[in-house]
Design a protein around this ligand. Structure first.
Ligand code: HEC
Ligand code: HEC
Ligand code: HEC
Ligand code: HEC
Ligand code: HEC
Ligand code: HEC
Ligand code: HEC
Ligand code: HEC
Ligand code: HEC
Ligand code: HEC
Length: 443
């Protein structure tokens, strides 16, 4: 260590009470002081200046109370954004649920009637719906508000029946695989997707395959969620499967005979067959002179002939043709009864009717994904050979965009509802002044 670096010798100073008291200047407050005077004046002047500056705003001249605001309120609330007391019912207190409930029901969670669990606590509306964040959507709720319960549901709620106790992100292991994949498609219609969509193009009976999804599944353009239209025999099958309705088992009618109608009324089918043969008989009285099999000789009377062709044609139609696509459940009036073909399970039941969804506890919209090819979600459809196959997507088919993308698409609230909409009362139609919280001047 050099000489200069050495610490200076510490000089001890002995301090007794007397020497300390001598250091206090007892006349200090009696003497005038420039800075102290200025400080006293400032104590009064600064707030005064501030109040004068703020007065126009308090009086509603200029920007209104907006000047105190924490930033613009959400787009949906913009119409009463400068009327702070609509939400801020108390000063220096958090925004109470009661303020929101003046205009909204905010019905309780869980969203679906099948779930009846009761949360042990409730978050305030304003904890999930953040205000003063500019034009962000209020419904884009952060995941922390969901996982606060769902990371350990049984600890945070009573009467829990859900299988998944801990759901923390939309990822394998952190979110359950869709329960719907364990179901069966119980539709009573034989449909082999694969024969209609072979991997390699081919031609059968002059029909060019593969077909495209859209040849049978079309979008309902009136549906806001882009639901699909029901598949119908007339629009989507008849063109190629008309021959499955042909009943002319003895080929007595020639190539142009009209096939049976596709109907649930066997009487109508019977009448169609009888009339068709009667007309043929009228046009050609010699028809019965053709042998119809070994045990039915040409000498038969026209009436006996008619009875036989009709009976055999019906047997042929019902036993061979309809069964190409259908199953039967018993018989009625001598005719088999075709099993009811329920609408395709899904969010629609045709004609805008809500159907039974596959994803019972999650939302979905085909329209939001209209840019995507069908097969990128329905990966199993083109190779499916039986109706009972479930063709809806797996979690893995969604994860590329939802879960880890770092966007709002990852959020729980993107795919789930929170509020039980069924418990909403009809609060949403009210006069304007109630909706914006006050009457505009001059109105
Ligand atoms: C649509 C309802 C709504 C309106 C209108 C509204 N606010 Fe807010 N404001 C909120 C919510 C919600 C919060 C978050 C506070 C909480 O969690 O309780 C908040 C927070 C604030 C905060 C932050 C202080 C705090 O308690 O966290 C200020 C400051 C504020 N608002 C000022 C205003 C002013 C000034 C106006 C009027 C120009 C206004 N707000 C209009 C809903 C509203
Ligand atoms: C004076 C009436 C009024 C008050 C008070 C009010 N809102 Fe609204 N809110 C509306 C109206 C009107 C809409 C737009 C129509 C709609 O979506 O229902 C709306 C829309 C919403 C939406 C859906 C829009 C979106 O961006 O996702 C949410 C969520 C919402 N409000 C939450 C709240 C919360 C939370 C509070 C309390 C802090 C609150 N509101 C207070 C009238 C009100
Ligand atoms: C745990 C978070 C959470 C809480 C607490 C919460 N919400 Fe919501 N809210 C959501 C989510 C998520 C959505 C969007 C999905 C939906 O509509 O269910 C939403 C949607 C809404 C909507 C829009 C509904 C629509 O039909 O567009 C309104 C209005 C609303 N909430 C009001 C409220 C009110 C009022 C409260 C308090 C009583 C409240 N919320 C409490 C999460 C929450
Ligand atoms: C205060 C606790 C709590 C919070 C916060 C909470 N949940 Fe729930 N959640 C429950 C309970 C309880 C059930 C019903 C469980 C049962 O019946 O087995 C449930 C059920 C569900 C279900 C099953 C389907 C349904 O709605 O019935 C989904 C999905 C769900 N919550 C998603 C969410 C999302 C998304 C959020 C955040 C916006 C959220 N939860 C916030 C407690 C909570
Ligand atoms: C020849 C007409 C036809 C074509 C082509 C077709 N489908 Fe289907 N699809 C049907 C019929 C009929 C049903 C109802 C039978 C059933 O429930 O399986 C159905 C049912 C479905 C279902 C729901 C039933 C379930 O079990 O999950 C999905 C999903 C589906 N098709 C997707 C597709 C996709 C994707 C394509 C294209 C790769 C396609 N389909 C091509 C006729 C067709
Ligand atoms: C573009 C023509 C076309 C359309 C439209 C069409 N199919 Fe087919 N279908 C075929 C062809 C080709 C075959 C192959 C069988 C064959 O050799 O005739 C077939 C075979 C079938 C089979 C027998 C499958 C098997 O396992 O062998 C069924 C059942 C079937 N189709 C039902 C339907 C239904 C239901 C519809 C309407 C939703 C429909 N098809 C629409 C062309 C079509
Ligand atoms: C190529 C396949 C195919 C053949 C062959 C076929 N059907 Fe169908 N059938 C369908 C499809 C697809 C539906 C459901 C959509 C619709 O109603 O158009 C259906 C629906 C029905 C229904 C309605 C069931 C209900 O839910 O009410 C009846 C009844 C029916 N068919 C009877 C017949 C009869 C009888 C035959 C024979 C004469 C026949 N079908 C032949 C494809 C076929
Ligand atoms: C982003 C993934 C995705 C894409 C892309 C997609 N689907 Fe779906 N599809 C689904 C999901 C998820 C369901 C189950 C919805 C439910 O009922 O809960 C479904 C259901 C269906 C059903 C059953 C009935 C219904 O509407 O619920 C049919 C049929 C179907 N899709 C056909 C198609 C066709 C055809 C296309 C292309 C035009 C297509 N899908 C594109 C995910 C997708
Ligand atoms: C290629 C990326 C991609 C894939 C894969 C994808 N999504 Fe989406 N999804 C999106 C985009 C983008 C949006 C937002 C579209 C919009 O807001 O218009 C969206 C929106 C949604 C919504 C909200 C719909 C609405 O009405 O606003 C749900 C629910 C959803 N997706 C579920 C799913 C499910 C379930 C799957 C898997 C079967 C899936 N998505 C696969 C990109 C994707
Ligand atoms: C991409 C869309 C998507 C996202 C993101 C998502 N979920 Fe789900 N979740 C679903 C679908 C779809 C189902 C329903 C499957 C069914 O009913 O078969 C489901 C089912 C659930 C269930 C019911 C589980 C059970 O036991 O049946 C809970 C709870 C749940 N989700 C919570 C969450 C939470 C919490 C988050 C955010 C951390 C989240 N989900 C994010 C699509 C999503």
């Amino acid at each position: 260590m050099s000489k200069e670096d050495k610490p200076l010798e510490y000089e001890r100073r002995i301090q007794d009470t007397k020497s300390v008291a001598q250091r206090v200047d007892l006349d200090y407050l009696k003497r005038g002081n420039r800075f102290r005077d200025l400080r006293r004046k400032l104590t009064w002047a600064a707030p005064l200046v501030a109040m004068i500056g703020v007065a126009p705003f308090l009086a509603g001249i200029g920007g209104g109370e907006k000047i105190f605001s924490n930033g613009a309120v959400s787009r949906s609330h913009a119409m009463f954004e400068s009327n702070c007391p609509v939400c801020h019912t108390g000063v220096f207190t958090s925004v109470a649920d009661a303020a929101c409930k003046n205009c909204h029901d905010g019905p309780p969670h869980p969203a679906k009637a099948i779930d009846t669990g009761k949360p042990n606590f409730e978050l305030r509306c304003a904890q999930c719906h953040l205000e003063h964040q500019g034009s962000a959507l209020l419904a884009e709720v952060a995941d922390g508000n969901c996982t606060v319960c769902h990371d350990n549901l049984t600890a945070n709620a009573g009467n829990v029946k859900l299988a998944a106790n801990s759901v923390t992100a939309f990822r394998e292991g952190k979110h359950p695989e869709f329960a719907a994949l364990k179901l069966k498609d119980g539709r009573a219609l034989k449909l082999n997707h694969a024969v209609h969509m072979p991997a390699q193009p081919k031609t059968i009976r002059n029909i060019k395959l593969p077909m495209k999804c859209g040849d049978c599944h079309t979008t309902d353009l009136n549906s806001p969620k882009g639901d699909l239209m029901p598949v119908s025999f007339e629009q989507h099958c008849r063109e190629c499967h008309r021959r499955e309705l042909e009943f002319d088992v003895y080929q007595a009618l020639g190539a142009q005979s009209a096939p049976a109608p596709h109907t649930k009324d066997p009487e109508a089918i019977h009448n169609h067959i009888v009339t068709t043969y009667q007309n043929a008989l009228a046009a050609n009285p010699f028809l019965p002179q053709r042998a119809l099999g070994r045990d039915f000789l040409p000498s038969a009377s026209p009436a006996a002939w008619l009875e036989k062709v009709v009976r055999d044609s019906e047997t042929f139609l019902f036993e061979r043709k309809c069964k190409y696509c259908h199953e039967y459940e018993g018989s009625l009036g001598g005719y088999p009864v075709v099993q009811k073909v329920a609408p395709i399970q899904g969010r629609f039941a045709g004609a805008g009717q809500p159907g039974l969804p596959w994803l019972v506890r999650g939302e979905f919209s085909h329209r939001a994904h209209r840019a995507m090819e069908c097969a990128s979600c329905h990966t199993a459809a083109a190779a499916s050979k039986t109706t009972s196959d479930v063709l809806i997507p797996k979690m893995a088919d969604c994860e590329q965009c939802h879960g880890d993308s770092g966007t709002h698409l990852d959020r729980c609230a993107q795919c789930h509802q929170y509020h039980n909409k069924a418990k909403e009362t009809d609060k949403d139609r009210r006069p304007v002044d109630q909706l914006i919280g006050y009457r505009r001047e001059g109105s």
